[in-house]
Structure formats: structure tokens, C-alpha cells
Design a protein around this ligand. Structure first.
Ligand code: IPD
Ligand code: CA
Ligand code: CA
Length: 271
């Protein structure tokens, strides 16, 4: 068991407070006791409420830090720390809306462009994942390590798929075709933050997706790195959170998987 730092305690307190509201609201979605305005409005209200709680808690603890939040956008730091919180108050909204217990709160701390801490909290399973630069990654305060599999044929790969109005289906179908052919399986669980936490925990051997936003992946990238994994853009470049393109793995299978994912792009260019 590790002792949490003051910074992680601040992040955990904010996430746990917001999680209490999300858990209550999820219970109502499950029982279909949602407002007359319909489940989508109810869930978006739950999302906004969680973001407000997180913002208030983090601001109280670290008044000068800035924010990049999914619902309320960017706020520059008011002190000279160069730090801002990157927050997704509810990652896995579609799951939440459908009563599927796979969603999380994701909070990262960025300092002058570099992620220095990350926390992902799944309120239903009470799974708290956290990491700080140079300090390792933890799951409920037990040290995490990525998997050691080095053969694609034994690897379980997580991903995110295009959906109505989002993404390039043709490109994606090429990618899953290539990955399906060579690996032990693919999972699309609907929360990029938890997908990354699971790579850090060695449950998944890798995760890829594109078209994401900084708040979906900021906390997950440091978790994977601190658990001994490797994170890049899909083309292998150093990750820029704004690009929304990510390949995170246990390191061993990174280049093999990258080659597989490049093939469909090559095929498309040839068409
Ligand atoms: C979504 C989830 C999902 C991913 C989508 C994201 P949201 O975030 O992370 O797994 O495939 O691209 O937008 O909308 O539930 O916060
Ligand atoms: Ca998200
Ligand atoms: Ca969200």
C-alpha cells in the first residue's frame, strides 16, 4: 500500500464528491426514474453537476490553477504555476445513459504542457487509478504494472469505434479488420479513460482510438507511462493531446500494433 500525496488527495476528494452525485443519478437511470425531459437531458444535467462539483473542489484546494473542462472550456491559470486541470466529469456518457456500469471521472494536472498527475475514478466499481510523474501508477493504492505479453496473438486490444455523425467508418473498418486477424480479441467498452486505466493495470494489452479530446486521454496517458507502458499517436509520433489520436500499450507490442494500424491507412491511400 502506498500513501497518497497531498496532490492526489485533492484530486481524489474532488472525484469522490462528484462521484456520489453520479452514482445517485445512475441509480435513477437504471430504475428509469428519469425526468420528463428524457434521459439524455437528465444525463447531461448529471454531467454538468459533476463538472461543477469537481471545479469547485479543485479551485478551493488550488485557487490559482487553470482548467480545461469538457463542458465549460478553458480557463487560464491566475497564478504563475503554469498549471491547469484537464477534466472529463463523465467519460462513458452513452454507457451511463443506457444503464451500463462502465464510466468514470477523469482528472489530470498539466504543467506547462506536460501531464504531471492523473486520476481516473470508476464510482460503480470503486476503482481509483492514479499516477504522478516519476512516482508510479496505482489502483486503489496498490502499485500497477502493464502486462508483459509480447505476442499479438495473445493480446487483448481495446478501442473506440465511430458512431453516428462521428468518425471515418471506412478507415476504422480497415483497422479492426487488421487487428482482428492478428490478436486474441478486441473490446469496445465505451470509456476511453477506463480503457487507458485498464492498459495501465495490465487488463488490456493495448488501446487505440482517434478523434478523441484532451480530457478523454490526459489522465490515462500518465497512468500508462507510470505503469511501464508506452503512449504515442497512432503514427508513432510523440503524443499531442490536441491531436486526439492515441496508441497506448504495454510497450512490447507497440511497434507491431502500429504497423497493423498503418496498413489500412496505406490501403486507403492506394484506393
Ligand atoms: C467518449 C468515450 C468513448 C469514446 C468517445 C468519447 P464521453 O467520451 O471516451 O469511449 O469512444 O470518443 O467521446 O463523450 O462519454 O465523455
Ligand atoms: Ca470523454
Ligand atoms: Ca464526458
Amino acid at each position: 500500500m502506498a500513501t497518497r500525496s497531498a496532490l492526489i488527495n485533492v484530486m481524489a476528494k474532488a472525484a469522490e464528491k462528484a462521484a456520489r452525485g453520479l452514482k445517485r443519478d445512475f441509480g435513477e437511470v437504471e430504475n428509469l426514474q428519469v425526468s420528463r425531459k428524457g434521459p439524455a437531458d437528465f444525463v447531461s444535467a448529471a454531467d454538468l453537476k459533476a463538472e461543477k462539483t469537481i471545479r469547485e473542489e479543485l479551485s478551493r484546494a488550488r485557487p490559482g490553477y487553470g482548467f480545461l473542462m469538457e463542458e465549460s472550456g478553458a480557463v487560464a491559470p491566475s497564478d504563475d504555476s503554469g498549471r491547469r486541470w484537464i477534466v472529463d466529469p463523465l467519460d462513458g456518457t452513452t454507457n451511463f445513459l443506457h444503464g451500463l456500469p462502465q464510466f468514470a471521472i477523469s482528472i489530470a494536472l498539466e504543467e506547462r504542457g506536460e501531464i504531471i498527475a492523473g486520476l481516473i475514478y470508476d464510482p460503480i466499481k470503486d476503482d481509483l487509478f492514479h499516477a504522478e510523474r516519476g512516482g508510479g501508477a496505482f489502483h486503489n493504492d496498490r502499485r500497477l504494472r502493464v502486462s508483459s505479453r509480447n505476442r499479438l496473438a495473445e493480446s487483448l486490444i481495446a478501442t473506440g469505434a465511430p458512431y453516428i455523425g462521428h468518425g471515418d467508418r471506412e478507415r476504422y473498418l480497415g483497422e479492426i479488420d487488421a487487428v482482428m486477424e492478428q490478436t486474441a480479441g478486441i473490446r469496445r467498452w465505451g470509456s476511453a479513460a477506463l480503457d487507458l486505466a485498464y492498459v495501465a493495470a495490465g487488463r488490456f494489452d493495448a488501446f487505440w482510438e482517434w478523434g478523441l479530446s484532451a480530457w478523454d486521454i490526459a489522465a490515462g496517458t500518465i497512468l500508462v507511462r507510470e505503469a511501464g507502458g508506452y503512449v504515442s499517436e497512432l503514427n508513432g509520433k510523440t503524443i499531442n493531446l490536441e491531436s486526439g489520436s492515441i496508441l497506448a500499450s504495454n510497450n512490447n507490442i507497440h511497434s507491431d500494433l502500429m504497423k497493423l494500424l498503418r496498413k489500412p491507412l496505406g490501403n486507403q491511400r492506394a484506393r
